[in-house]
Design a protein around this ligand. Structure first.
Ligand code: HEM
Length: 147
């Protein structure tokens, strides 16, 4: 009887440890999502971002004919997923979405600059701004298609 109780205790302790570590892993995973103010926070930044892209002299030639609502929705899903939030980007893959455009490194950097303006304007903490940029940066391989 004592042995069964011990085993039961050991199993309960193991289950508690597993539950705790899963919860901690989830917390760690979505901390960037929470720092951005979850879906509503990300969407607010993306709305500001698309407005700025269409007004910025360097970016307007690319974005002047963009479907604003569609772009905000797709960007929100994508950044939500990148931040570890409960979203799945189901839009066109990055390479395909940008391959018909003439995008150079200078254009990519200009877009990042405009994104920084939006993150600043919407009060995203500096560390959370940088963490998001670090997650987006590797996409340049699929987006930049000329030197
Ligand atoms: C990390 C950087 C970037 C990300 C995360 C990104 C993301 C996206 C996403 C999610 C879409 C929507 C795809 C769809 O329709 O399903 C899109 C479309 C588009 N992107 Fe990018 N993009 C990036 C960089 C750029 C750059 C550097 C340019 C040009 C300078 C650019 C120009 C465009 C344009 C013009 C569209 C089409 C908009 C429309 O007509 O609806 N993107 N991008």
């Amino acid at each position: 009887m004592i042995r069964i109780t011990r085993i039961t205790h050991a199993l309960a302790a193991l289950a508690a440890t597993l539950l705790l570590s899963t919860a901690q892993a989830q917390d760690a995973d979505d901390s960037l999502y929470r720092a951005w103010g979850e879906k509503a926070g990300i969407q607010a930044v993306m709305q500001d971002f698309v407005t700025r892209l269409q007004a910025d002299a360097r970016m307007a030639p690319f974005f002047k004919n963009a479907n604003r609502e569609h772009l905000v929705t797709q960007l929100t899903e994508q950044l939500c997923q990148q931040a570890g939030g409960p979203c799945t980007y189901k839009g066109v893959p990055m390479k395909e979405a940008h391959e018909s455009m003439d995008i150079g490194r200078r254009d990519f950097n200009a877009l990042v600059e405009v994104l920084q303006q939006s993150m600043q304007a919407k009060g995203i903490p500096f560390a959370a701004q940088n963490a998001m940029l670090a997650r987006l940066a590797p996409m340049h391989r699929d987006i930049i298609n000329r030197p």
